[in-house]
Design a protein around this ligand. Structure first.
Ligand SMILES: *Cc1c(COP(=O)(O)O)cnc(C)c1O
Length: 219
């Protein structure tokens, strides 16, 4: 299937309240340009270096999301242009984003990444940590960020019951927090599980391989 066919098929399958974030990691700038030419504007990368290299070669009205673990020492490289940091997984990182955003006089949109997967390896805040940071954000402790919502990744498993219950857990937390301060983005669902994520309340899906094809890692 061509990129165009994949794109159109995926767009058609998304309800109008769900945004598509095209995950372009490992794919060349040329592939991003092709999707851009079809009208798409929202792309996500998981590595700062790769993001910066691609950004340089591509149109300036692309909305870039960062979806990978972000080291505090790299925050200043993206703070000026990033549309959404989806992977805020520690207080230390939140602090640094707030600090760098203040320096340049910007309010930076972000999501708190919550660890919902059973697997030990995934980054993310525990539910209790998420609630605590949320309270502190609501109380105004981080005035140079804008909390847009939550992000989560389900376990890498074919057990759909498992995946479904992990999404439900995140949706539940999202609803709880939304009653305190309205949120607009619940980022969950990837190529293999986005339909299920949408059933469980996702408003933003991060799709890579179902759009661009398989990833080939060179290192
Ligand atoms: C790579 C990645 C995706 C997209 O994965 P696909 O299975 O290719 O759709 C989504 N979210 C995050 C955080 C990723 O790192």
């Amino acid at each position: 299937m061509s990129l165009k066919e994949n794109y159109e098929r995926i767009l058609q399958s998304l309800p109008s309240h769900v945004q598509l974030v095209a995950v372009s990691k490992t794919h060349p700038a040329q592939s991003i340009q092709s999707l851009y030419d079809l009208g798409h504007r929202v792309f996500a990368e998981n590595k700062v270096q790769e993001l910066l290299l691609k950004k340089e070669q591509l149109p300036s009205d692309i909305k870039w999301h960062l979806i990978g673990h972000l080291q505090t020492n790299k925050v200043k490289q993206i703070i000026g242009f990033i549309s959404l940091i989806e992977s805020v997984d520690s207080e230390k990182l939140l602090d640094e984003i707030n600090r760098q955003a203040e320096k340049i006089g910007r309010q930076v949109p972000l999501l708190l990444q919550v660890r919902i997967a059973q697997e030990e390896t995934k980054f993310g805040l525990e539910i209790s940590e998420t609630k605590e940071l949320f309270q502190r954000i609501v109380q105004g402790e981080f005035p140079h960020i804008v909390l847009k919502g939550l992000m989560g990744m389900a376990s890498f498993t074919t057990d759909l019951e498992q995946v479904s219950s992990e999404f439900a857990l995140l949706k539940n937390l999202y609803d709880q927090l939304s009653r305190i301060q309205p949120l607009e983005l619940l980022s969950m669902g990837m190529s293999s599980d986005y339909a299920l994520a949408i059933e469980r309340g996702s408003t933003s899906v991060r799709i890579g391989s179902a759009l661009f094809g398989e990833r080939h890692y060179t290192n």
